[in-house]
Design a protein around this ligand. Structure first.
Ligand code: SF4
Length: 212
């Protein structure tokens, strides 16, 4: 844990922001997305020990829902079909970051590399000393890498579904694994921070488990 993160947690534990300490209700409250809803109402019901010490650690910022791929089983592009063409403005993204206040911003989607203002957005987050996780399928790293400033707290998080054969089956397109790998090669030269997020299936992917 970094010193900045430790101090953020300590500060909020001892002096929690009143904005996040709203009264807990049993019915969903759309105006307070940070609520902790009780799962049962019996006499033994006890409040969560952190109930009056709530504060956000990670903001999942989704500037858009659209994606360049149509992976098997992706709920995002199917469940959000009605808003698939919409995107937030840069100012709306920054307003969400400021309102939330979390020290970590995970930028996801959809495919965030399709967001035209991703360069200015990440530059502004670096200026504000946020830790950034840019979650991507890796297809546009080569094309857009020059738009980003390297920083210690800027991580690329490339999502893969195993090794080449299984990944390309899962995303329903040949060559995607190779393209993502090329992008990671280019990225590694300029950016020291890279995570791979592998989703391994239970059935028949033993070789992937070993190779990953
Ligand atoms: S890359 Fe991600 S968002 Fe895009 S279709 Fe695949 S699972 Fe869905």
């Amino acid at each position: 844990m970094t010193a900045g993160m430790a101090s953020y947690i300590a500060r909020n534990k001892f002096r929690p922001n009143p904005e996040w300490q709203k009264t807990v209700v049993t019915a969903p409250d759309a105006s307070n997305p940070f609520r902790i809803v009780y799962t049962h109402t019996g006499a033994d019901r006890k409040p969560h020990p952190m109930i009056n010490k709530r504060f956000p650690l990670v903001l999942m910022l989704e500037p858009l829902h659209t994606c360049n791929l149509t992976c098997t089983g992706c709920g995002r592009i199917r469940e959000y079909e009605s808003t698939i063409t919409q995107k937030l403005s840069l100012q709306q993204c920054l307003d969400a970051v400021h309102e939330c206040g979390a020290p970590i911003v995970s930028i996801c989607g959809g495919e965030p590399m399709l967001y035209p203002e991703l360069g200015p957005l990440t530059a502004k987050l670096i200026e504000e000393n946020k830790t950034i996780y840019l979650c991507t399928n890796g297809m546009f790293i080569q094309k857009r890498l020059k738009e980003f400033k390297p920083a210690d707290k800027f991580f690329f998080n490339v999502h893969l579904d195993g090794m080449e054969k299984n990944h390309d089956i899962a995303v329903e397109r040949e060559g995607v694994f190779r393209e993502a790998s090329k992008g990671q090669g280019r990225q590694a030269g300029r950016f020291p921070r890279l995570h791979q997020h592998h989703r391994l299936q239970r059935d028949g992917h033993e070789r992937d488990r070993r190779d990953v």
